[in-house]
Ligand binder design. Structure first.
Ligand SMILES: *Cc1c(COP(=O)(O)O)cnc(C)c1O
Length: 435
């Protein structure tokens, strides 16, 4: 039998845990984030036989599933989760767009959410009469991706908490448009309030006697690991075509997406430089510029899914790079303000005829800055479809952006979200009523 890879906590006080248990738990019991106990080697030669994104993902993730009861299901999980492409689109001789928005809810979070759903659905215990409820706080895109991934699955309920009035109109519509097993609650408060409510519920032993709770937030191992696949796929394609390593600029909030690229490169994937673009929430750029890490309350920007003042995956980055000087030397990070986001959406449309979302625009603006220091080929990571943010994008480019078919279909459904106060007892009452 293959020796299994175990998962430990960034805080070091959780016993080595098997993958399935770590996936179902979300957060490690000591409050830390799950990470692999050893860094598995990448079976580079095996990628020769993988051509699709799903096949690449299965080769990449095999060592991470070694010894787990989900291992025999990995190929099927990958076929289910990666059933839409992540194409590279050429914009100019040294810039490509890595389009991660071709999934059902038009943002990169579809990959992680669908992978996690494919795993949890197989881990569900049919003997337990209580359905599992996935509780998720969202600044807009996570909730939709999770709702879409679990929509209609038996025995799995989803409750989405989002800050009322602080997501785009289309994001709000999506959140309330799923089937009966997915409920949206619009919270009279901020994203930080939503996240605090979810954390408290996940740590509430009393509540969990009545309701089997699980999470799908951006620190979940089941979202982080599968996000490596599109970077490896793009890196291999680029190296195959040019012999060179592809560099990436990644729009960054909680650092989940960027950390997937960083981790893939650490275990040997052929990826070049990784640069982090944030919006005006500049905790990371300030750290990389030499300041202490100083999390603080987030401020609202045009790139709302990146409005994060305390990037939750920073703890994993520190685990990978325990020495702050080595960490600072390894990456660039830049903060992009709203005026530059607007100017970049307009410029990209005028120069390339391509509409980009406000999040993608932060990376595009950083790529522009990098022209003076790097002549290599950069991939700007496009994290959401511009039609999700049409109220921002359309006035800037002066034309209609058609929603992709899956998004259009969701927008044509009725949408329901119940209002709740940013109050723990109110949330508990909702949870107990609905399960
Ligand atoms: C969530 C999100 C981000 C930020 O990703 P992190 O993994 O939190 O860094 C960027 N862009 C879009 C469109 C998102 O939905």
């Amino acid at each position: 039998m293959t020796p299994g890879l175990r998962y430990i906590s960034t805080r070091g006080a959780t016993a080595p845990t098997e993958l399935s248990t770590a996936l179902a738990a979300g957060l490690a019991p000591d409050g830390g984030l799950f990470v692999p106990q050893e860094l598995p080697g990448l079976p580079l030669a095996d990628f020769d036989e993988a051509s699709t994104l799903a096949e690449t993902a299965a080769v990449l993730l095999r060592p991470f599933f070694a010894g787990d009861r989900l291992a025999p299901e990995l190929d099927a999980i990958c076929r289910e989760a990666y059933d839409f492409d992540a194409p590279l689109r050429r914009l100019d001789p040294s810039t490509q767009l890595l389009e991660l928005f071709h999934g059902p809810t038009a943002a990169f979070k579809d990959y992680g959410a669908r992978f996690l759903a494919a795993c949890l659905r197989r881990l569900c215990d049919p003997a337990d009469a209580r359905p599992t409820t996935i509780l998720v706080a969202t600044s807009g895109d996570t909730g939709a991706a999770v709702g879409g991934a679990f929509d209609g699955l038996d025995g799995l309920h989803v409750v989405i908490l989002y800050p009322d009035g602080r997501v785009s109109p289309r994001q709000a519509h999506q959140l309330g448009a799923f089937g009966a097993n997915v409920r949206a609650l619009r919270v009279a408060g901020s994203f930080d309030d939503c996240q605090a409510l979810v954390k408290r519920a996940l740590n509430d032993a009393d509540l969990q006697h009545a309701i089997l709770l699980s999470s799908a937030n951006s620190i979940s191992l089941g979202r982080w690991l599968p996000q490596m696949a599109y970077y490896v796929h793009a890196g291999l394609q680029h190296r195959g075509a040019t012999g060179n390593l592809l560099d990436f600029v990644i729009p960054t909030g909680n650092l989940g997406n960027a950390l997937a690229a960083i981790f893939a490169r650490t275990i040997g994937a052929p990826l070049g430089e990784i640069a982090l673009a944030t919006n005006a929430n500049d905790v990371l750029p300030q750290f990389f510029a030499g300041d202490d890490y100083a999390p603080r309350a987030s401020i609202a920007t045009l790139a709302n899914a990146m409005d994060v003042g305390a990037p939750s995956n920073f703890e994993r980055l520190r685990w990978l790079y325990p020495d702050p000087a080595a960490l600072r030397a390894a990456f660039r990070a830049t903060s992009i303000d709203d005026a530059t986001i607007r100017a970049t959406i307009r410029r990209t449309w005028n120069e390339s005829g391509v509409a980009i979302c406000p999040h993608t625009a932060t990376a595009m603006a950083m790529r522009e800055e990098l022209r003076s220091v790097s002549s290599r080929d950069w991939a700007v990571v496009a994290t959401a479809h511009p039609a999700k943010f049409e109220t921002i994008v359309e006035p800037l480019i002066g034309t209609h952006v058609a929603p992709p078919p899956a998004l259009a279909e969701l927008l044509s459904r009725p949408s329901v979200a119940r209002p709740v106060a940013a109050d723990y007892d109110a949330l508990c009452a909702e949870l107990r009523a609905g399960s």
